[in-house]
Design a protein around this ligand. Structure first.
Ligand code: HEM
Length: 439
């Protein structure tokens, strides 16, 4: 975990040993599609192991990742209206306005030949953080304004440090000792991040429920404490930004390597939409090739590539036809499962057409096990942000591809996606892309 190559190793073990691998004395990894249902969809029987529950320093309020199942059910019920499809659609004007800003900034950069080269990882991260800050507590981080990361964003992105702390939890005496001797100054950036979170939530609460956002949903329940609103909104900002950047940079990077797929998508978009104003959330729902491209991006670049670990309940359970004793840790590792040849034909290939379902009988992808793919997970702990995620992914990708011709700058080699390190999330390397104004 600490070296950032655990998911790669687990992939290698599955290739060598098969569908079910004992990756630690008390831990099993599964890549069979039926394991999804058995592990993640059995009500609340399988719970996240304590080592993977992250309680922010100095905070005790229940948050979605680190709380009891009863608290989790309460929080999900409160938050549900804020994650509905209707609510997501109400957020569209805000999303569109941030994409406008991104395009303005890109246009400013265009030189005489109308070409600009930028690192899409950075720029889409600016956009994703600004959007989710606004959608969560009504104020953005201003990353796009200054084309730079806000310190809050920099701190929340310190996954490598967080992984080291997480790994130490496997050695409780060492963990307690190191936590006891860590000087407060070492945690200064984290403390500053929490101060700003407190301030943003406090200001939003004082401002009243004037517009649709997630803190507004929390306030409407009248049953969440200030600290609960802080820890959960912080988590939503973190979960709702990094994921969007991963999928979009992953998709752009794969499209650039497969120009025929890029051309197919661009042709569809430019013949469907005659002006940029026609690109709306509802119009984008009926473009199967667009969704196929995004699904294929999520298959090859899953936002959570490592297994989402769960404890088998006391008394044991049957998983993928095997009887597993209680207390074992089990998971499905998306990076491995989605690239396994037992589940997908030409598994390492970027092939959006596998999701189109047309002419399935003659398709070379008819053997694919689509049920092996659950990008938003399943069950009580699945992703609540799916509606918002689809809306953001479609609007951002389509507006960029409609407005600009994207290409790999001469002499540049894009990073190979699967070779990047993984510290919970992909350690996305700079990805330089050339933008040329289409119209
Ligand atoms: C492409 C975009 C996204 C993907 C693929 C994705 C995927 C996932 C997955 C697989 C989980 C389950 C994690 C686990 O069980 O450990 C999850 C959880 C979560 N996601 Fe997303 N996500 C995306 C976007 C978003 C967005 C936009 C938001 C917020 C607006 C969001 C908020 C959350 C939250 C709060 C959780 C924790 C849920 C819980 O534990 O109850 N996600 N996401």
């Amino acid at each position: 975990m600490v070296r950032g190559n655990l998911p790669h190793k687990i992939k290698h073990f599955h290739e060598k040993y098969g569908d079910i691998v004992r990756v630690a004395p008390d831990e099993l990894s599964f890549i069979r599609p039926d394991a999804w249902r058995d592990i993640y969809s059995k009500g609340r029987e399988f719970v996240r192991p304590d080592e993977y529950k992250d309680q922010p320093p100095g905070k005790t309020a229940a948050n979605l990742i680190a709380c009891s199942e009863t608290e989790h059910a309460r929080l999900r019920k409160i938050l549900a209206p804020g994650f509905s499809e209707k609510y997501a659609m109400e957020q569209e004007p805000f999303i569109q306005s941030y994409v406008d800003k991104l395009c303005e900034k890109l246009d400013d950069r265009l030189q005489n030949d109308k070409i600009s080269t930028v690192d899409v990882v950075e720029w889409i991260n600016y956009l994703a953080f600004d959007v989710i800050g606004d959608l969560t507590w009504g104020s953005s981080f201003g990353c796009l304004d200054g084309l730079t990361y806000h310190p809050w964003v920099q701190t929340v992105g310190q996954f490598k440090a967080a992984i080291v702390v997480g790994a130490l939890k496997f050695y409780p005496p060492i963990y307690s000792f190191l936590m006891a001797i860590t000087p407060p100054s070492a945690l200064q950036a984290v403390m500053d991040m929490w101060k700003l979170t407190e301030q943003n939530v406090r200001e939003r609460v004082a401002g009243g429920a004037s517009r649709p956002d997630i803190v507004g949903t929390m306030m409407a329940s009248e049953s969440m404490t200030q600290e609960e609103m802080e820890v959960n909104s912080m988590m939503i900002v973190a979960a709702g930004s990094e994921s969007i950047t991963t999928v979009l940079t992953g998709v752009i990077s794969h499209l650039l390597r497969t120009p025929d797929k890029l051309n197919t998508l661009v042709q569809i978009l430019r013949t469907t939409f005659l002006s940029e104003q026609e690109i709306t959330g509802s119009a984008l729902k009926s473009l199967p090739y667009l969704d196929a491209v995004l699904n294929e991006g999520m298959r090859l670049c899953p936002t959570i590539p490592d297994g989402m670990r769960r404890n088998v309940p006391v008394g044991g359970a049957t998983i993928a036809g095997q009887i597993i004793p209680g207390g074992m840790v089990v998971s499905i590792p998306p990076f491995t499962t989605y690239r396994a040849s037992r589940n997908f034909t030409h598994a390492e290939e970027f092939a959006p057409e596998r999701w189109l379902g047309e002419d399935v009988q003659s398709s070379k992808f008819q053997g694919d096990s689509k049920t092996a793919f659950n990008p938003f997970s399943l069950g009580a702990h699945n992703c609540p942000g799916q509606n918002l995620a689809w809306l953001e992914l479609r609007i951002i990708l389509v507006r960029l591809l409609w407005r600009y011709n994207l290409s790999i700058p001469p002499g540049v080699e894009l990073p190979q996606w699967e070779d990047q390190g993984i510290w919970w999330f992909w350690d996305k390397q700079p990805t330089m892309v050339r933008f040329q104004k289409f119209r």
